[in-house]
Design a protein around this ligand. Structure first.
Ligand SMILES: [Zn+2]
Length: 91
């Protein structure tokens, strides 16, 4: 039996976020992501941030923005995540 579908890595979630917002994920993955966003405050924050970026692009003006904005976001998240893990380990 496979694992609970909700147990998806945050990193995998971030990878799929733009597809999710573009409606390019299948319904199964969509459900998995949706429940992950409900349970993970980090990822729901990322979703909010990414949504803003996508909205900006939706205006049809800033087409070069999302790449760099997304990368910065991703870097921040990686720092955040590895920082959190280190904190845990120090105990
Ligand atoms: Zn998460």
């Amino acid at each position: 039996m496979p694992k609970e579908p909700i147990e998806i890595d945050c990193e995998e979630v971030w990878r799929q976020i733009s597809n999710y917002l573009d409606d390019e994920v299948d319904s199964e993955l969509r459900d998995i992501l949706a429940s992950h966003f409900k349970n993970c405050s980090h990822c729901s924050a990322v979703l909010d941030g990414t949504r803003n970026v996508v909205k900006l692009v939706g205006d049809g003006r800033a087409f070069e923005l999302p790449a760099s904005a997304g990368q910065n976001l991703y870097k921040k998240l990686n720092n955040h995540l590895s920082g959190g893990q280190q904190k845990k380990r120090r105990r």
